[in-house]
Design a protein around this ligand. Structure first.
Ligand code: SF4
Length: 333
């Protein structure tokens, strides 16, 4: 059985246009539409897409801080919507988040020890001071921080160390699923690799499931077992992480892959690449039919007529483009 199953998830918000009269009807913003996937225990799912593609909203709907407007989030066999208050508290403990901006995510008035201890004190109020302190020390060691730094404040640490504090805080309650929301985007490239490698080894060591959100496919490929590509709240493609990069089917996935620079300058200069032009449309008025059609070089009139269903191209690989076979002429480098 999957640890997490997401079925046709919808998240919509009522939005009142800026400057509108109070009696003006609100508009529906479709942040997430028709997202489905399963996540097994110990597996990592990468979620990629540009800013505004609904990745963080998806994360918050899974963790339960944003209510779903439709579909189901099934945690360990039970629909989140039907959880009792006690089961909801257990779920909150078992699913933890790591955030994008490590320094901004940490309370500057609290010591590192207090920051890391906070989730444990919240979820296990009966733990003694000594037990909490011991757990904090173990958690700090696990992520490569020195336990003697327990009384320091976040501003005394580098960006990479602050993210390690965030990881220690998430892991102190021994969660089953960790959702990493762009955990390395605010870090230098060299530090990014350290944090990704740390997450990988912790995942193996603790048997964690992980959802790793990023806009950079090269980072996601390194850490994920499978990858889900999102555009304007919808699922464009989902496949094994390596398979997706080796044989992308959706034009949007191809464009994302081609935006990753090749380290060799000569190869980079000679590279033919599909360029993603234009801006992401507003989710308040998404294009009809295929939401990618306003930026897709393969778009045709039929693409405006209906939302393309996810088509299985091989085991574990689905794509939302009925014309994906015709893309050889527009191939990625
Ligand atoms: S359905 Fe049409 S617009 Fe959408 S990705 Fe395929 S070719 Fe492009």
């Amino acid at each position: 059985m999957s640890l997490l199953s997401v079925r046709d998830l919808e998240v919509t918000f009522d939005v009142r246009p800026r400057g509108a009269w109070p009696w003006t009807p609100s508009l529906k913003l479709h942040a997430v539409s028709g997202i489905s996937f399963d996540l097994a225990a110990g597996e990592t799912l990468g979620v990629v897409g540009e800013s505004g593609s609904g990745k963080s909203t998806l994360a918050r709907a899974i963790i339960g801080t944003i209510p779903a407007s439709g579909g189901e989030v099934i945690w360990d066999g039970t629909d989140l919507q039907t959880l009792s208050p006690h089961a909801r508290r257990v779920h909150r403990r078992q699913v933890q988040m790591i955030f994008q901006d490590p320094l901004a995510a940490l309370n500057p008035r609290m010591t590192v020890g207090e920051i890391i201890a906070e989730p444990l004190v919240t979820h296990d109020p009966s733990a003694s001071r000594e037990e909490v302190r011991q757990s904090v020390r173990e958690s700090m060691e696990r992520v490569g921080l020195l336990p003697n730094q327990i009384n320091r404040y976040p501003h005394e640490f580098s960006g990479g160390q602050c993210q390690r504090i965030g990881v220690a805080r998430a892991l102190i309650v021994k969660p089953r699923l960790v959702i990493c929301d762009e955990p390395v985007s605010a870090l230098d490239v060299s530090v990014q690799a350290q944090v990704v490698n740390l997450l990988k080894s912790l995942q193996r060591e603790m048997g964690l499931s992980m959802i790793f959100i990023a806009h950079d496919l090269s980072v996601v490929k390194h850490i994920s077992d499978r990858t889900l590509v999102m555009y304007l709240g919808r699922q464009m493609e989902r496949a094994g992480a390596k398979q997706l990069v080796r044989q992308p089917r959706h034009p949007y996935t191809r464009a994302l892959i081609s935006s990753v620079p090749i380290p060799d300058p000569a190869k980079e200069a000679a590279r033919k690449r599909p360029v993603l032009e234009g801006e992401l449309p507003s989710p308040l008025s998404p294009p009809s039919g295929c939401v990618f059609r306003t930026r897709c070089p393969l778009a045709r009139p039929a693409c405006a007529e209906g939302v393309p269903p996810l088509e299985k191209v091989e085991e574990g690989h689905v794509v939302a483009c009925p014309y994906h076979e015709e893309q050889q002429a527009w191939s990625a480098a």
